[in-house]
Write a protein that binds this ligand. Sequence first.
Ligand SMILES: [Ca+2]
Ligand SMILES: [Ca+2]
Length: 333
Amino acid sequence: MNRTAFRGASILAIVGLGLSACTARTSTANESSGGAGSGASGGAAGEGVSAGTGGSAGTSGEAGSGGGDLPIGPCALTSPAEAEPNDRETPTKLDMSATLQACLDEEGDVDYFEITIPDEGPGGAVALSASDVGDCRVRVELLSSTHTKLVGDEATTNGIGAGVWFEAVSGETYYLKSSEFKAPAQDSDAPCPYDVTFSYTLIDDGHDNATQGGAKDIAVGEPVEGYYFHGIDTDDYGGWYKVALSAGQVTVRLDAPADIKPELSIFSPLSDELGSDWNATYGGSAIVQTSVGAGTHYIKVESFQPFGNYRDGGTGTQLPAHLTDRYVVTVTQ
Ligand SMILES: [Ca+2]
Ligand SMILES: [Ca+2]
């Protein structure tokens, strides 16, 4: 395959923090610890007996000093935690790489978390997960800023996490919706604790070449690497390049990441298609050989079997190859 795809973007590990279901209470605030006062003593017996005077009352104890955060709710969450009701109208903000504790604490509880993609470059890959789940099952759904479901996942075994990844656009807001996923025979309404984490990997090859008008200059004999993803929602999931050619034979080669079937086309300076090729093998190469006149020609990189709507996502938090590896375009004459 001779692919030299650059493993540029790293996958941020989803780091789940352990959930402390029962945090020991460290404060004794408001508890009295004073000793009892001494009791009344009777007067001496004798003639003309008078009643004895009572003893003085005991002093009250000092209040206990304040301790750490108190456990929250039926799952005994500790900070940082979701802020109920965190429903659709009041989502809890989730910071990148931070882990929050959460709890599906009653029948029908739903938790919303809000994430905002950094306003840098075209966008990148989001991974969201529910981990450290209690003896229960969690369903997670990633929603658009208008609450359209984009991708979802649910555990099929108690105590197993759930997660999704998605190609996100820079500056956009998304929501993660969590709910309990119950088997038909399961009627327990015991609280369901889980941790929620959001990670993000910027995907930016600096090409900004989603359209022919934005074609990036490349040179004969100098391979160029790029990502299929470039942020905006478009039918052009790939990119455009332009190259100055001499009259004669030219060979253009595209080597794809491991989960892409490559497709490649070359166009004259007047945008007439001079040749194209595709390969039905994932991670394969597309090669066009043709004769050209002198002048600036255009090259279009595509995926032969494109993803549904060019806005890709899936279950789990492992990013697919085309979000971590680049394709390579090589022009030779
Ligand atoms: Ca909750
Ligand atoms: Ca809630």
